[in-house]
Structures are given as C-alpha cells and as structure tokens.
Design a protein around this ligand. Sequence first.
Ligand code: ZN
Length: 309
Amino acid sequence: MAQYKCISCGKVIESDNPCACDVCGYNMFEMPYNRSDILRGEISKFLLALRLTKDEPIPVSYYRTVLKIQDGKDIEETVQKEKDDKRFPSIAEIQKYVCSAEKIEVFCERLERSLEQINKHIHTPYKQNYKGDTSVSADKIETFDTTLNNALQKLDINVEPAEVVLPEIKLDYNETPDSVLINYADELLSLLDDLVIKVKKFIKQNNIYGTAYQKKHSTETKLKENEGWPDLFERIIKDVKTALNKNYVVDIFSDGSDELDDMLKTVWKGTGILLNAPVLSAKHSYLIGSTVADELSFGEAFVNFGHSR
Ligand SMILES: [Zn+2]
C-alpha cells in the first residue's frame, strides 16, 4: 500500500487508490509530491476544460431585422429565429383550439380547417437569412478571461492570453418538404379527411350530443427502437384505414361516446405525426468568418476560427 496525503489539511492514510480526504473532502495524492506542482496541474486542468470544443460550441442566437414604418418613420425591428420557428401553431395549440369548440359542428369545422392549414404548411418551402448574435458568449468569455488572468497572476505565470475575437456568423436557413415523408403525409391527410367525414356522419346518424368530442387524446408520436419516420407513418396510416373500414354500431345502452372516442383517438394521433415528424426538413448553411459550414461541421469551423487567430 502507498501513502496518500490530503492536498488541503495534510492528513496521511494508507491506500491502494487515489481517494478523497475523509476530514475535508479534498483529493489525496500519492506521497511524496510537490504541493505547488499538483495545484498548478489542477488549475490548468480546470482552465483547459473551459476551452471551446467542437461538440459544445458556445451559444449563438439568430435574428433578422425588418424595416417597419411607424409614425411615418422607418424603424428597424429585430425578429428572433425562435419566433419564426413558431410561425405555425404547435399540435398542442391546434388541439386546444379545436377541442374548445362548444358545438360539435364547430368542432368538426375547426378540425377540417386545421387539416387544410397543416396541408398548406407542410407543402410550403421556407427560407430566411439570419445573423448570429454572439454577445452572450462574449460576456461569458470575458468572465472566464478575468478568472484566467487572476489565476495566472497568482501563479506567477507570465503569459498574456490572446483576446478572443468571435467570428461574424450568418445563417442561411431553409425548410423544404422531405421527398419521402411528404408522400406519406399526403396519403395520411387524405385518409384523415375521410375519417373526419365519417365522424360527422356518425354524429348525425346517432344523434350524439354531449361533450365527448372535447377530450384531448394523445397527439404524441414516439418512434420505437429501430423505427424510422416512414415506419411510423405506415403504422398510423394502417390505424386510420382500420378506423375507416370499421363498422361502428351504437347499441341502445350506449350514447355512442365510446365509438366516437375510438375514431377521434386515431384522428389526433394522425394529426399529431403530421406536425411532429420532420415533413418539412430543415437545412442550415452557416458562414463563419469566411468558412462555409453545415449543421455537422459548424462546431469545428467555429472552434477553428478561434484557434487560428
Ligand atoms: Zn483533508
């Protein structure tokens, strides 16, 4: 067994492995050692961990500016990319709106109109140019720099760390209908239209009243292991076809809400996947300084910019 000594309080124990001091919790190191060498080593490990890595580039937010006329004057307005990303309502918002209808006819109308809007949305390519805002990162780097300079001074190390200059970043952002998924989406949309017609007929024929239609069924679409989006579309298309072919009969003891439930469950699952799946596939093209990069090479290009200066 070797002797280990606490770097802080100096307690010594016998041990086979590096361990922590049971008195103060600091690391214990194998004896004999030079305390200041170890402290320097620990500090440089800490500082190295602050370096940019390509897997975890520092945060950048994206924005664009639009000119607006207010009180007869041109003013520049900033629009964040997050806002553009939410230009179409989420499935949760759509469901909330559709299910809050106080009459079943209104419910069906809203559902049909929402499917129409989704259809239009997923077929519409989208393009926008953004500028990258690195001010959050710059502030963070400044705090790190202060820490670093203080540490270097205390350790008597004569190095002046170079000032970090962040690159100018531009983002060319594109969304286009995915060539494979759009076909699945089209098939599903047309089946869902039929299913909504079936729901309407069912309600009329069976004189269904009440508010069973307001129930918020799950719109989640979870991929199973080894399953891709096309597989999931196929699974849901099969469910919708089953609901379309099923003969829903209401017996005299029931109010039809179970049958309605069964159909609406499928309607919502199908509507959900249309917005949850990447039917509109996003492509990012970055310009970092003068280097072109995509989603995969962004981190590397960003870090290389920093290190090449
Ligand atoms: Zn100790």
